[in-house]
Structure formats: C-alpha cells, structure tokens
Design a protein around this ligand. Structure first.
Ligand code: AMP
Length: 178
C-alpha cells in the first residue's frame, strides 16, 4: 500500500466536482472516475481496510449507496463481514428505522433488527461527510441495536460544512478534507 499522502493524491486527482447536482448550489464530489481506475480503487480499499484493522473493527457498516461500494471491499480485505444501512422499504426482514432532518425535509435509514449482536465493534463507512446528519443518524440507529460504534470512515470530508460538530467524541477518519 502507498502512503496516505499518495493515496490522498490519487483521490484528489480521480474525483471530479459537478456543480449544481443534485440541486442548485451543491458542488457534488463524484467518485466514479476513482472507482473506474483499478489501481486507485485498490489503494483506497487497502487504506480503508487498514483503518478497520487499526481500530479493532469486528463488523463494517456501509451507508446506501456509495458507502456500499467502499465498505464491502474494505470489509472483505480486512476479513470482516458487512452490514448495509438502507433507504426505507429496501430490506426484506424486520427493520429498525432512524429518521433525520435534511436541509429541506427528512430522510430515514433502516437496518435489519437482528443484523448485529449487541456489543459488536462496528465502523461506519460512507464516501462523503458533509453536514454529518446521515452519519449521526447511522450511529444512533446502530447504538439502538446494541452495536459499539468505534469509528467512522469517510473518503472525503467537506470541512466547511461542519459535520464533525454533529459527531462529538467519535473516532473519525477522513482521507481528504476539503
Ligand atoms: P450529510 O448527511 O450532509 O453529511 O451528507 C452525507 C451524505 O450525502 C453522504 O451519503 C454523501 O454521499 C452525500 N453527500 C452530501 N454532500 C455531498 C457532496 N457534496 N458530494 C457528494 N455526496 C454528498
């Protein structure tokens, strides 16, 4: 695996900014060119799995949808299982749900109520940390299910959006802070 600085450079050079997506005023961080480059994607997966091993993670949680793309291979690489947090109505079994406020309106995340044994050390993964609302809701949901949220891992942090303020006391790892 390359150094974190080199992997950060790969992320910076393979992500692109798409203005006004999905709505006016939002600068969207598009990771699809990164995913399409096998070397860069592989280095990122190694970096993420290294974090999982360092913090003693037992089970990896990905947030729909782009969180899945990063969390599942990182979990595999680290020899760990993967649990999806999904948008409402997607999971077939009995679910727990957490709703949270968006800039306009509300969103929800669901997980299978029996997905995690109480006390399991989990890490939450997603591509981008912006306002922190999604990650905070994910942590609340997992803790309601009895999980121990020992860390959160993001590829990109939009520092100017102040997401960390919603995640006090959390061990947060972001490869690239904008
Ligand atoms: P937030 O709850 O505000 O931290 O938003 C985080 C979620 O929205 C993550 O699942 C991201 O994938 C997505 N997201 C928010 N802002 C952006 C952005 N500027 N570019 C790409 N994804 C974003």
């Amino acid at each position: 695996m390359s150094s974190p600085d080199k992997i950060r450079e790969l992320v910076q050079s393979h992500c692109r900014d798409i203005p006004d997506f999905p709505k006016p005023g939002v600068m969207f961080k598009d990771i699809t060119p990164l995913l399409a480059d096998s070397y860069s994607f592989g280095q990122v997966v190694e970096y993420l799995s290294d974090f999982l091993e360092r913090v003693g993670c037992e089970l990896v949680v990905g947030i729909e949808a782009r969180g899945f793309i990063l969390a599942a291979p990182a979990a595999f690489q680290a020899g760990l299982g993967f649990v999806p947090l999904r948008k409402p109505g997607k999971l077939p079994g009995v679910t727990l749900r957490e709703s949270y406020a968006l800039e306009y309106g509300e969103a929800s995340l669901e997980m299978h109520e029996d997905a995690i044994h109480p006390g399991t050390r989990v890490v939450i993964m997603d591509d981008v940390l912006a306002t922190g609302g999604t990650a905070a809701a994910a942590a609340d949901l997992l803790e309601r299910a009895g999980a121990k949220v020992i860390g959160m891992s993001f590829l990109i942090e939009l520092g100017f959006m102040g997401g960390r303020a919603k995640l006090p006391g959390r061990d947060i790892d972001c490869l690239w802070t904008v």
